[in-house]
Write a protein that binds this ligand. Structure first.
Ligand SMILES: [Zn+2]
Length: 140
């Protein structure tokens, strides 16, 4: 008796750009947590986290770069002195963006909504800007 195998029924797993980005963010967070747990916060660098996560560092994003007044919209410094420029020079990276403190994002986080979903697609915008700047740098 001859057995005939059924036709192959392979499955294709299609992953969207958004899902891949989410998986990358998750991997980076896991690697960072492992590094912080093993070596401590002060001894953990962005270089080692990027290396362990298998991602390239394209530039810096300064979070909490300023504060926007909820009443009048005036923007001012949140902290006395920022070291972002010095860090950018030390790592030979560009400052891609500066994100002000946003009370709406803070409220969303307090309500359990992930910042990435609450901040009007800010991470997608940052990624697009990083790719644009990287391509411009490569063209030089
Ligand atoms: Zn004000």
């Amino acid at each position: 008796m001859t057995r005939v195998n059924p036709p192959a029924t392979g499955s294709v797993v299609k992953i969207t750009r958004r899902e891949r980005a989410k998986a990358t963010r998750h991997r980076i967070a896991e690697v960072a947590l492992a590094r912080f747990s093993e070596h401590g916060y002060a001894a953990t660098t962005m270089d080692t986290i990027a290396h362990d996560a298998g991602v390239a560092m394209l530039g810096l994003v300064e979070n909490l770069a300023s504060s926007v007044c909820a009443r009048c919209g005036a923007e001012g410094p949140l902290f006395h002195e920022a070291s972002t420029e010095a860090t950018a020079v030390r790592l030979d990276l560009a400052v891609l963006a500066r994100i002000p403190f946003d009370a709406r994002a803070a409220a969303a986080a307090d309500a359990g909504q992930p910042l990435a979903e609450a901040a009007d697609g800010i991470f997608d915008k940052l990624a697009e800007e990083a790719v644009r700047r990287s391509a411009a740098g490569a063209a030089r």
